[in-house]
Design a protein around this ligand. Structure first.
Ligand code: GAP
Length: 556
């Protein structure tokens, strides 16, 4: 599937719009349109139902070491600044970036990809002014950076840009320089920046020195503009759960093992937001912090990893584009005995590449301990606080006891945490990519035509059924509206009487509506309607008052 087609459909049919579009848009921010909001809401509802309210419908959950409880939370976006100091985000949540003085664009150094070239300008042919030609001769080796998405496009782009900047015709490229790397390669912070041609620059050496850039958005709380009033928009929902661990224990009857779930907005000032909604600056997360005894934590990790993978496959990401990737031991944090990513081969990525949908991490007791005692130094763990220059612990924790007393054994311990952390927007994007399909279907005259159809799993489809009178007369609209009003009380249905029936079917196919209910002349005589299946295109008659039961059964 070509990504451009999906992006166009999302705009045309109201799944996704660029934020503040009438003012030129704001990079990294997206709005969900009328269909998009229903799709994303259905995904979040499915997650909440399957992970929280209905998690034990098939008790005990298959694969779980024992039965468990789940509960929910909804925490604030702005929290006490100390939360971020103890979580590590204040000190460690940053990317290394460089600015381009010419284009004023900012780049993550780890994302700068290009090719090294050794230049030998042919005398008099380059068309460069003498001092520029001398500078190129002096530099000799140059690094041409591209921001093209695919490696093949980037290779082509580097040739074009090298020729442009050196004033050489493309045909002469081979006489004028030799590529040191045939493929695009990364650049590290140590490379002499005077040799680098940035993606939107017209000459070399426009990049600044690399510097650390914290990804948290900051704001002021209250009227004072002092440092004390500085606060942050949360970069993850997880910390709200950790700091409420004791509140949940004290206010409910949950006992370990149990999980706390939260769905909510998170904010990251990403340096290079890209790939549609994949890397946004404002996005929604669906996170679970699952608290368990250290002895069974590895089994719980395996349980959640498999359960979360199954959730995506059950909702339709069943093919080879979805994979579960266990991190290698050397990728793991010091406190973790396991981390896995659920990844999807998004069509905007180079062939063979996968993008993260969700991470499932074994976090040990790191988070609860950090909020008790202060941020721990990974190397000197356990129980050694990181000291500031004044010899005092740098980031003190809350000082509150966040341990757990097991009433059966009367033993106290700090629970271990398994964290399945998913992005609602990335899941929505993956379901959109997976659903997009072009096939052949008959038009009003029975001729086969190419149609665009979004094959969403019925559970997440924005509209479950469209109610369509065959023509706008003879009592058909009245009967259709009555059915519409009945069905509307139970699920999201859509009434449409404009245009030919074929065109209305196409519109519903593009919206991903799994069923169309058509009311025709026979309906008025015998009370039956036609049900049309979006994917098989099969149509069959049934009593109008059986339509609701039939649709509900098929939507589950
Ligand atoms: N509490 C752990 C945590 O936040 P993460 O891997 O940084 O871990 C979890 O984020 C998930 O949130 C990712 O797998 C992804 O689905 C989503 N996510 C992270 N950054 C995002 C961004 N800039 N835009 C959209 N989704 C993002």
């Amino acid at each position: 599937m070509e990504m451009d087609k999906l992006v166009a459909l999302c705009k045309r049919r109201g799944f996704l719009f660029q934020s503040s579009e009438i003012y030129g848009g704001l990079n990294g921010f997206w709005d969900y349109g009328p269909l998009g909001v229903e799709l994303k809401r259905n995904i979040k509802d499915a997650w909440w139902r399957d992970m929280v309210s209905g998690h034990d419908e098939l008790a005990p959950p298959p694969g779980a070491p024992e039965s468990y409880e789940m509960t929910g939370l909804d925490c604030t976006i702005i929290m006490h600044p100390q939360v971020w100091k103890c979580s590590g985000h204040y000190d460690l949540f940053h990317d290394t970036m460089v600015d381009c003085r010419e284009s004023k664009k900012r780049y993550r150094i780890d994302q700068m990809r290009g090719r090294w070239v050794a230049v030998k300008l042919p005398g008099g042919e380059s068309g460069l002014a003498a001092e520029k030609a001398a500078e190129v001769e002096r530099l000799g080796r140059l690094f041409i950076v591209s921001d093209a998405e695919s490696p093949e496009a980037a290779v082509e782009d580097t040739v074009t840009r090298a020729c442009q900047v050196l004033g050489i015709r493309k045909k002469k490229a081979e006489d004028s320089f030799t590529w040191e790397s045939t493929a695009v390669v990364g650049i590290d912070a140590k490379v002499d920046r005077s040799r680098v041609l940035a993606p939107h620059a017209t000459w070399f050496g426009t990049l600044t020195e690399p510097r650390e850039f914290n990804l948290m958005f900051s704001t002021q709380v209250g009227a004072a503009a002092s440092d004390d009033a500085r606060a942050f928009l949360r970069p993850e929902t997880a910390q709200g759960i950790f700091v409420n661990f004791k509140n949940v224990l004290d206010s409910t009857r949950v006992r370990i093992p149990f999980g706390i779930a939260q769905i909510g907005k998170s904010f990251r000032n990403e340096i290079t937001p890209r790939n549609f909604t994949f890397r946004s600056r404002e996005f929604e997360q669906m996170e679970i912090e699952f608290f368990c005894h250290p002895d069974s934590s590895f089994q719980w990790y395996q349980y959640w990893r498999d359960r979360r993978m199954k959730w995506y496959t059950d909702l339709g990401l069943a093919g080879a584009r979805l994979r579960l990737r266990e991190h290698h031991a050397d990728e793991l944090s010091h406190y973790s005995t396991g981390t896995a990513d659920i990844e999807y081969a998004f069509p905007f990525l180079p062939e063979g590449d996968f993008g993260e949908l969700e991470g499932i991490a074994h976090r040990g007791d790191f988070d609860l301990r950090s909020h008790m005692e202060g941020k721990l130094d990974p190397k000197t763990r356990p129980l050694q606080l990181e000291m500031g220059p004044d010899g005092k612990p740098r980031h003190r924790g809350s000082g509150k006891d966040l341990s757990y007393l097991d009433q059966l054994t009367n033993k106290r311990y700090i629970p271990h945490v398994i964290e399945p952390s998913a992005g609602a927007d990335r899941a929505t994007l993956a379901f959109l990519c997976e659903a997009y399909c072009e096939d052949q279907a008959p038009d009003d005259g029975g001729q086969m035509q190419t149609r665009v159809v979004m094959r969403f799993h019925p559970r997440i489809a924005p509209i479950k059924a469209a109610i369509l009178p065959l023509v706008k007369k003879d009592g058909m609209p009245e009967m259709a509206q009555e059915l519409y009003r009945t069905l509307k009380r139970h699920c999201n249905v859509f009434y449409d009487e404009k245009q030919s029936i074929g065109k209305r079917y196409r519109r519903q196919d593009e919206a991903g509506t799994p069923f169309c209910v058509t009311i025709d002349g026979q309906s008025l005589q015998d009370g039956t309607v036609t049900l049309r299946d979006r994917d098989t295109l099969k149509q069959w008659r049934l009593k109008a008052d059986e339509a609701l039961t039939e649709i509900r059964q098929r939507v589950q």
